[in-house]
Design a protein around this ligand. Sequence first.
Ligand code: BES
Ligand code: MN
Ligand code: ZN
Length: 478
Amino acid sequence: MQSFAGRLNESQQLKDEYMPLTFSKATNGSLPLYAIQAEQLDNWIKAQPKEVSAWLKANAFAANIGEVILVPNSKGMPQMAVVGLGTPATRSRGRFELAAARAKLPAQTFHLENAQDVDGLDVQLLGWLLAGYSFDRYRKPATPMADLICPETVDATRLETLAAGEKLTRDLINTPAADMGPDALEAATQSLAEMFGASIHVTKGDDLLIDNFPMIHAVGRAAEQTPRLLDMRWGDTGPKLTLVGKGVCFDTGGLNLKPGGSMALMKKDMGGAATVLGLAQMVMSLKLPIQLRVLIPAVENAVSGNAFRPGDILTSRKGLTVEINNTDAEGRLVLADALALAEEDAPDQIISMATLTGAARVAVGPDLAPFYTNSDTLAAALTGAADRVADPVWRMPFWDPYEKMIEPGIADLDNAPAGGFAGSITAALFLRRFVDMDAYTHFDIYGWNPTAAPARPKGAVGMGARALLEALPEVLEF
Ligand code: BES
Ligand code: MN
Ligand code: ZN
């Protein structure tokens, strides 16, 4: 399946077809691959033919994470590959151990010979697929990697669907702002809608004022590409889920200009939008029995004579007034109008995802997706699901006593409380003011992996989408 739905030229589309994140469909000629957990190693070696166990011992194979060994036959050709998955303790410090091996294997086709021995087999196989991701839009394609035939006991299509959703998220985030402005983000959403027969409605430019999205307009009006609200709907029966994603295609900070170091990565400020689009692709591919709506305020927070200013007071769609104390706290403004619209439809659950605050990154670092919800049952379902699919999340508090921090003097709300205490919490409380219903969950994600890890190269990364997908049946009761 072609997952990147942006404005690709022909050769880039071809590349996508040649390098999809899929399993091998080969039926013969594959080499056996054994994936060994260190705690299984002794028993496993004992059960092998003498020349195999001798070779592994001679090479001091210890089944460490990423350890790969090819075992030759009597002609000196590989007869099998053995890779290490580490110990329970070393596995607890990371994820996707099988992915660590993939890059080191020769570019041949393998089949997993001992699938029944591998803990968390689905996650390991998803990691294998994700290890095949590389962002090649602006360079020669990466060299081919080892291929794997999916074990028959595993739902290969589902894993390929998850990988395709994650690839979409990564491609959208990795694409620089010059090629992923509001126009391109709209085009990507249009393509996704087309691919799955979803409907889409776009409100652009001055129509944002006419249709009452004043804060989306205010944040985005200084940019060359007009601000807009993307509204995609899919499915006509079942519980209603509305996803809202922050689509700030570049965040200069506005008139409260970010210093260079802080601006460097701000092409990823549409990471919330990219993540909800990846999740939407998974939901639609898997034909989940729900009604899905995706709302994306797509803007660029730019600097110009008509930019919104510190001290301005904006009246939001919901009617609440907001004093702008920092034009760099723009995400909560565009999300607020989108959330107000989301609620008018009375869905069963609203979930927002946004690269909303630097404070969230300081609090939990780049690996964990912090989320806020009023519901203990949803939090438990999400945390359990996250664990099962190796997409870690961490609950944060909607801490009522901090409500006063977002109330300034001369407006209903302050977009950037002085002092910055609990910056991620106050941002979440701000958003909650625009959603009166209780069934609201908010993710303050980072969307970026600063150091390469198995299945997660340095660069864009989805956070929370797979955990949500896994939790949805419990959360929405379908
Ligand atoms: N997009 C940023 C948040 C961000 C920064 C996410 C770095 C990930 C990494 C957001 O628009 C922002 O600038 N937030 C400010 C808010 C502050 C001015 C209240 C922040 O976090 O510093
Ligand atoms: Mn900002
Ligand atoms: Zn931002």
